[in-house]
Design a protein around this ligand. Structure first.
Ligand code: NAD
Ligand code: DAU
Length: 352
């Protein structure tokens, strides 16, 4: 039985990972550590909350004593660090918390993993493998051609991507300096169930259903490389098990789409399946995001060649599955879009 300390497992990708792992394996134990910020939601985890191999601890990854206690009371084989402030727009208006969580939180986790291993505790003599969940945004922005590979120099632009790049460098430094076993995966844009509706797909879905303006930043021709969340979970699982220690793996589906295409796809789906009144007239081109990266595109050749990973869900299938999930889970959607979300939306979009 291997024990995974998963941080940020109540967020979008983290909760999908916890569910993916517990559905796939009977011999893994997951300890989910999440401070439950606005983005953390225990409702995502109702399908696994009674699983005997699952437990939840509400704690901040910056809290040394709380994290140390988990290491003392268990035998952790892997740390999988999803916990982060993840939204680029929030990082533009309030960068500091991104440094605190994404950089200092990651360094705290690294220190505790390193200490557990170095104090000679028998349970940790092999070292705790530290998996950092990172992003293609650390590479910066592409022109019309080319892809990010693992050797592309880091060139982050937003406060969010700068904090993720800094965290990646600390993770690499703990390997290079102390030989802590690590991996880093850098993935493109995820979509799927449980994504908080500050992100493009669930936000546009929600606004379309409510007959609200559909805010498209600038000309809407920015390109993102979309990957169904389970394919990302599969990649992380494979890298933790078989990835070469100390290495970075890029994860992406060669699935590049301009934002305006995504928005039109959502409108079409709602028009066909829910409400014939909605249409492209609802699109509103609004002020562009400051420093908006134009294009991301991942070259996933290394993870394909070394580990045999490939994306199983095409965009055409995945987007329908996702939109249907939101329609079938109205209560979840209503709960996350009430209260604080309304205030966030007003503040973020009122001057756009
Ligand atoms: P999310 O914002 O949905 O979830 C983040 C989770 O971290 C939440 O549950 C939140 O409560 C928790 N958290 C935040 N601060 C914390 C702290 N100090 N201590 C403990 N828990 C804390 O994010 P997401 O979209 O699921 O992204 C997860 C990870 O994957 C992030 O590291 C992000 O950078 C990375 N990533 C995301 C994408 C994407 O498309 N969403 C793509 C590539 C990489
Ligand atoms: O590339 C991976 C990254 O993808 C992750 O590291 C981040 O955590 C995740 O948030 C995501 O970042 P993006 O900025 O690409 O995602 P977002 O959903 O915020 O925006 C997707 C694109 O849509 C982006 O070009 C901005 C645009 N957009 C977004 C919103 C919220 C709009 O045009 N209108 C909007 O209202």
């Amino acid at each position: 039985m291997k024990t995974y300390l998963v941080t940020g497992g109540a967020g979008f990708i983290g909760s999908n990972f916890v569910i993916y792992m517990l559905n796939k394996y009977n011999d893994v134990k997951i300890i989910n550590v999440d401070s439950l910020t606005y983005a953390g939601n225990l409702e995502n985890l109702t399908s696994v909350e009674n699983n005997p191999n699952y437990s939840f601890v509400q704690a901040d990854i910056r809290d040394h004593d709380a994290i140390r206690k988990i290491f003392d009371e268990n035998e952790i084989d892997y740390v999988v660090n999803f916990a982060a402030e993840s939204h680029v727009d929030r990082s533009i208006s309030d960068p500091e918390i991104f440094v605190k969580t994404n950089v200092l939180g990651t360094v705290n986790l690294l220190n505790i993993a390193k200490a557990a291993w170095q104090i000679g505790d028998d349970r940790y003599k092999e070292g705790v493998k530290f998996h950092q969940v990172s992003t293609d945004e650390v590479y910066g922005s592409l022109g019309e051609t080319g892809f990010f590979t693992e050797t592309t120099p880091l060139s982050p632009h937003s406060p969010y991507s700068s904090s993720k790049a800094a965290a990646d460098m600390f993770v690499q430094a703990y390997h290079d300096t102390y030989k802590l076993p690590i991996n880093i995966t850098r993935c493109s844009n995820n979509y799927g169930p449980y994504q908080f509706p500050e992100k493009l797909i669930p936000l546009i879905m929600n606004n379309t259903l409510l007959h609200k303006d559909l805010p498209v930043y600038g000309d809407g021709m920015q390109v993102r490389d979309w990957l169904y969340v389970d394919d990302h979970c599969k990649a992380i699982d494979m890298v933790i098990r078989d990835g070469k220690v100390g290495e970075v793996y890029n994860v992406g589906g060669h699935n590049e789409r301009p934002n305006i295409f995504i928005v039109k796809t959502i409108i079409e789906y709602i028009k066909e399946n829910v409400d014939s009144e909605v249409g492209e007239h609802m699109i509103k081109h609004v002020a562009d995001r400051k420093g908006h990266d134009r294009r991301y595109g991942i070259d996933p050749q290394k993870i394909k060649d070394d580990l045999g990973w490939y994306p199983e869900t095409t965009f055409e299938v995945g987007i329908k599955k996702t939109l249907k999930w939101y329609l079938d889970n109205k209560e979840w959607f209503n709960n996350v879009t009430s209260g604080a979300y309304q205030k966030y939306y007003e503040k973020m979009y009122k001057d756009k």
